[in-house]
Design a protein around this ligand. Structure first.
Ligand SMILES: [Zn+2]
Length: 269
């Protein structure tokens, strides 16, 4: 499924890096599609494994796939009510009926993203490579909590506003110098790109903070979960980069957990 437009995401290595010895992807796809069904609210009347056809797959890969799917279902079930509660508490008139999906394209990097469908329903997606990449439930919970926070904080709309302001500013600037319409159009595009990046890092840090609170309230360990950052390639502190340096993100998580432990952020607040 294609849900990349207007999404806020992060990424890492490919599925094949994470599952180098997987002889066939069919097995994982079948159980993952079942996992999505479970997360979508269908009552699980049978365990996912009972429907999986017998394929040539090593016991080791089978076990890894089983662990990955069981983790996804368990984390999704525990995080969903917490996310929706947090969303309803912090927003007004926002659609808080989250849909969780797995993007099953095999060539995608490990990634999680947040977007909205046409009706405004928030969608949180994870790629297969992401499910294979996380090392424990806390990491997966943290990734999901972070993406959920983007929606609660209204970051997609904020970035669209930033882009519109940037486009208008740059367009006016070149127009004032007598530029032709094509040049003005190009300037607007560049302005939109710059504008959308202007506060991008702030939004990421804000999502890390709120994501930490949601993860904590759901009973997972955000500090353990944020270890995931430390394995990502560090984007560094680039001007107009989309993501902050990994260490800075980890520091935000650590500080937020310290506040939670000290009771400075009451549970469920
Ligand atoms: Zn993000």
């Amino acid at each position: 499924m294609l849900l990349r437009a207007k999404s806020l995401s992060w990424g890492k290595s490919s599925f094949r890096d994470a599952f180098p010895s997987m002889p066939s992807f069919r097995f994982l796809l079948v159980i993952l599609s079942l996992a999505v069904t479970l997360l979508s609210g269908c009552v699980p009347t049978m365990t996912p494994m009972q429907r999986v056809p017998q394929t040539e797959i090593s016991p080791e890969d089978r076990q890894r796939a089983e662990v990955a799917v069981a983790r996804l279902v368990a984390v999704g079930e525990r995080m969903e009510p917490q996310i929706e509660q947090e969303c309803r508490k912090r927003t007004r008139k926002l659609n808080c009926d989250y849909l969780f999906v797995v993007d099953d394209r095999l060539d995608l990097d490990a990634n999680a993203f947040q977007t909205t469908d046409r009706s405004g329903r928030p969608v949180i997606g994870v790629t297969l490579a992401m499910i294979a990449e996380v090392r424990n439930a806390d990491e997966l919970a943290f990734v999901i909590g972070h993406e959920a926070a983007h929606h609660i904080a209204g970051h997609i709309a904020a970035r669209e506003r930033d882009a519109a302001v940037g486009a208008a500013y740059m367009g006016r600037a070149v127009q004032a110098q007598g530029a032709d319409p094509l040049t003005v159009q190009r300037a607007r595009r560049i302005g939109a790109e710059i504008g959308s990046r202007l506060y991008s890092k702030d939004y990421e840090l804000e999502a890390d903070r709120l994501g930490t609170i949601i993860t904590w309230d759901a009973g997972y360990d955000p500090l353990k979960g944020a270890q995931f950052f430390l394995r990502l390639p560090d984007p560094g502190d680039k001007m107009l980069g989309t993501h902050p340096p990994n260490q800075l993100r980890f520091d935000v998580v650590r500080d937020t957990v310290a506040q939670l432990r000290a009771g400075k952020i009451p549970a469920g607040s």
